[in-house]
Design a protein around this ligand. Structure first.
Ligand SMILES: [Zn+2]
Length: 148
């Protein structure tokens, strides 16, 4: 880890401690046992996600009157979902590990991006009209990591 010179070791340590999980997940794994376990978990989550996320997305889209083109499942380490300008919505299979309300929040967040490709006031107003606890959900989501 490299830190600017003016950052004391105290701050550097605090950063390490509060980001330990994320840092650990971003490091290459040397132990084949751990790698195998992670591959297996990924497979299992992908199977669960395939049977759930596209249907949940469809359900929420119908409920709030959105039309999207495709649903893609991803396993990026850093994002829960995304929405592209060709109306493809990507959802992280790690969503299968978070509480249902947070999963729905991510789906609603990405659906709202179909109308607003930014995080403008209008975007958040739209999210808020479908999920009145969106601020709480956004905050709670930060305590989970999409990495497997
Ligand atoms: Zn967003």
């Amino acid at each position: 880890m490299s830190v600017p010179q003016y950052t004391g070791t105290f701050l550097a340590k605090r950063f390490l401690n509060s980001n330990r999980e994320a840092i650990r997940k971003s490091l290459p794994i040397k132990d084949p046992e751990t790698q195998r376990a992670r591959d297996y978990k990924k497979k299992l989550l992908m199977k669960q996600a395939k049977e759930y996320l596209p249907y949940r997305l469809e359900y929420q889209a119908k409920r709030f009157g959105y039309t999207y083109d495709k649903c893609r499942l991803t396993h990026a380490n850093t994002r829960w979902g995304s929405c592209s300008s060709n109306r493809t919505i990507s959802l992280n299979i790690g969503l299968m590990q978070v509480p249902e309300q947070l999963r729905d929040y991510v789906i609603i967040h990405e659906l709202a991006h179909l109308n607003h490709m930014d995080h403008s006031k209008a975007f958040w107003a739209e999210v808020g009209s479908h999920d009145k606890n969106y601020k709480l959900h956004e905050r709670r989501l930060k305590s989970f990591s999409p990495g497997i």
